[in-house]
Design a protein. Structure first.
Length: 603
């Protein structure tokens, strides 16, 4: 690994007291190894650094579900190359150093074993998190289990460790964490806005569910191991899920079917929102400016990324059938809202039930004239109108200053548009349910109706989607159960940044990423002010004709006119011989004296 990075890390070990004061870090004048690592407060202060370093991804443009406002994503369109250096690699190892440093120096702290092991567990949780992230991107990576002592440390030149060994270490770390971290119920009475988001037994088990499913399917579909190995990972995921059930998490249902799916992202109470398993804390709530830890996810929903039309098309129709099979498909569309099942006024359903969709769709993206634009609209006690008065007005599709798709509603608050102190949910019970369903199907080749009721249909029931998925329904309608479980996952977790890892492990990136990035439907009466189709000579080059084509190329899969294409097919590619793994930065290879080897296909 890069020596300059290691030097920076070694310096950081002596100055952790630069952490945010809100996280109760000890005095800047008192932090040395000679008088530290003595008390519970010391261990907690050291672990606070793990939470400060942890930064959840705001939005992920690597897949086909989100499109950005600015330049195309080079991973998504296949134009990436081998970097000299990459934060994907160096940052992860910097964070692993933090965890390793705690694990070594706190191991003999003179405190009660349960106290010591709780904070060692926090370090082991985050070490597992970052190693899993590295494995997802690079495959085999060096497994470093100690803090570096200097630039001559031999581990600086170690070769890549097989992914299976790294993942087994993740399991070991998380099993230890699950034994010693507090359970969900123990956190219900915690009111401190940062302490309530410390990792728990549930967090460790939830991450094992995620890792086991990812590894099981990755190894299976990429032929990276034998059946015994990939099934063992799926079994680990399922076993972790069954242990997690004892923590009594549940889908958020406050407010009923029309509200709960949106409200869950704003309810930060551990007692009222049992869906949360792991979340990044922001706050203090109600405080903005330099005295608060804030994010700008709502701003990003509006300005930096939109949901693609391809993602919209994943949603089932109200009869439980996909677009390819449902008689409820409404064509041709005259309004932006027709794809969402509504007329242009934003609240009138299309007559006869035509176009009606899975209720999560209109809950997930903003309509033109959406009733949620009412400035006083609240969900979970938070104003969720689209931009409060004075912050840009109402939503107009295809605004030139924004991306070209659909505005994301999930986690969006106009009230907190650019200074948001809402906690960001990273792992939730809804993901666990659909992960369990997928693992069951992948390991058995089947799933019972009772298991579907526990998982897929529980998610549908939460939003009032009245058509359950059953084996009989799938067979009667020619549906592939695996694909329907994957669809349910894609829809339930829309814009929660799971799509790219999913298409990688399913080995379908080579099919979905080379396609055009498709945006929203254009209607001149609804589009942003001043835009005239007749006055725009480039219109035929950007929007589909009635067959879904531009210049004879099928840019949109369906025969629909005036769909805005953000990136054309001829600008996108995916090489399955190399693009399923990130290229390793050349500096890391050089600094290892060639012990670290490049991923296949990257030259």
């Amino acid at each position: 690994m890069k020596k300059s990075i290691i030097l920076s890390i070694l310096c950081l070990a002596a100055v952790w007291t630069g952490c945010d004061d809100m996280l109760n870090v000890t005095s800047k004048t008192d932090f040395t190894d000679n008088n530290f690592w003595k008390t519970e407060d010391d261990l907690k202060a050291a672990c606070n650094r793990l939470y400060q370093q942890f930064a959840p991804l705001d939005y992920d443009l690597r897949a086909d579900d989100q499109v950005g406002r600015f330049n195309p994503n080079v991973i998504s369109n296949g134009s990436w190359s081998i970097p000299a250096q990459s934060s994907d690699w160096t940052n992860a190892y910097a964070y692993i150093f933090t965890a390793n440093n705690i694990l070594v120096k706190a191991a003999d702290a003179p405190v009660d074993e349960s106290v010591r092991n709780r904070y060692l567990s926090e370090a082991r949780f985050f070490r597992a998190w970052h190693y899993f992230d590295l494995v997802c991107k690079y495959g085999d990576v060096p497994l470093v289990m100690k803090p570096f002592t200097g630039t001559t440390d031999p581990e600086l030149k170690m070769a890549r460790t097989p992914r299976e060994t790294v993942i087994q270490q993740c399991y070991e770390d998380l099993a230890f964490a699950a034994e010693w971290l507090p359970g969900r119920a123990a956190m219900e009475a915690v009111n401190d806005e940062f302490d309530r988001r410390r990792v728990t037994r549930s967090s460790a088990l939830g991450l094992m569910v995620r890792i086991g499913l990812h590894e099981g399917t990755m190894l299976k579909y990429h032929n990276l191991s034998n059946e015994t190995v990939w099934k063992a990972h799926l079994q680990k995921s399922m076993d972790s899920y069954n242990l997690l059930k004892a923590e009594r998490h549940q889908l958020y249902a406050i407010g009923g079917a029309s509200v709960a799916y949106l409200a869950l992202f704003f309810d930060e109470g551990n007692s009222s929102n049992r869906e949360v398993i792991f979340s990044k804390a922001y706050g203090p709530n109600g405080v903005t400016g330099s005295n608060a830890s804030l994010h700008a996810h709502s701003y990003s929903c509006d300005v930096n990324f939109n949901i693609t039309r391809s993602m919209i098309d994943y949603y089932l129709y109200a009869d439980g059938l996909p677009r390819e099979k449902s008689p409820l498909v409404f064509m041709p569309e005259a309004s932006f809202n027709h794809a969402l099942g509504y007329e242009s006024d934003g609240f009138t359903p299309i007559a006869g039930g035509m176009g009606a969709r899975d209720p999560r769709l209109p809950m997930s993206v903003l309509l033109f004239n959406d009733p949620q634009q009412d400035e006083e609209t609240t969900i979970g006690g938070v104003r969720v109108s689209y931009r409060l008065t004075g912050q840009g007005g109402v939503y107009l599709p295809l605004n030139a200053s924004k991306p070209l798709g659909y505005v994301c509603k999930k986690g969006f608050s106009g009230e907190r548009f650019s200074q948001d102190y809402t906690d960001r949910i990273i792992i939730r019970w809804g993901e666990m349910l659909i992960s369990y369903a997928e693992a069951l199907y992948e390991i058995n080749g089947s799933i019972t109706d009772a298991q579907l009721d526990e998982t897929v249909n529980a998610l549908r029931d939460r939003v009032g989607f009245a058509v359950p998925l059953t084996n009989t329904f799938a067979a009667a309608n020619g549906l592939d159960m695996r694909e329907e479980i994957r669809r349910e996952r894609t829809v339930e977790l829309m814009a929660e940044n799971r799509r790219y890892p999913d298409i990688i492990r399913w080995k379908i990136a080579e099919s979905v990423l080379p396609k055009a990035m498709v945006g929203a439907k254009f209607n001149e009466a609804e589009a942003f002010n001043g835009y005239s189709q007749a006055a725009d000579p480039t219109f035929p080059e950007l929007f589909t004709d009635a067959s879904g084509k531009i210049g004879g190329v099928q840019e949109y899969d369906y025969p629909e006119a005036n769909i805005r294409i953000a990136e054309k097919t001829n600008t996108r590619r995916f090489d399955p011989a190399k693009d399923y793994f990130y290229p390793i930065p050349t500096y890391e290879i050089a600094q290892s004296d060639g012990n670290i080897t490049q991923n296949p296909g990257w030259h």
